[in-house]
Design a binder for this molecule. Sequence first.
Ligand SMILES: [Fe+2]
Ligand SMILES: [Fe+2]
Length: 178
Amino acid sequence: MADKPFLTDVKTLRERARRHIENGAVTEGYSADLETAVKLLNEALATEIVCVLRYKRHYFMATGIAAESVAAEFLQHANEEQGHADSIAQRIVQLKGEPDFNPEGLLMRSHAEYVEGNSLTDMIKEDLVAERIAIDSYREMITYFGNDDPTSRRLLEGILAVEEEHADDLVSMLEKMS
Ligand SMILES: [Fe+2]
Ligand SMILES: [Fe+2]
């Protein structure tokens, strides 16, 4: 809009900030749709929780078949996914939403799947598939948030970079196995 100044004047900014202070970090300038933002972040949260569960299962099963280095990698990924889940839940609360930890419907909300896998190779392949799903869905969420919610966008960009590292690790593990 050409007739609109690029920056809001200080007086208006100050007045706006005083209204609805109970909304905390959510100011009048927040331009994403809050309900959609919370819904997307809850889907990301479910994805992370399912990934924690799957990696934990794989960690304990791989430990059982004496594949120590692979097991250690699974555990590291599980812990990192837990960190992602926590950051996402924290962001949801900041946006005045409620993080959904309900086990009922968890798999429906998650984009990634929970596949146990029979062999070590199966486990690694399933984890790789899950990472690739997460990578694509986070990339889409990042585009959605764009400039409307740069904080959620940056959070997901950081997580996306780690999921890409995870996928890369898993490919290297598969190569070593064959
Ligand atoms: Fe993650
Ligand atoms: Fe990951």
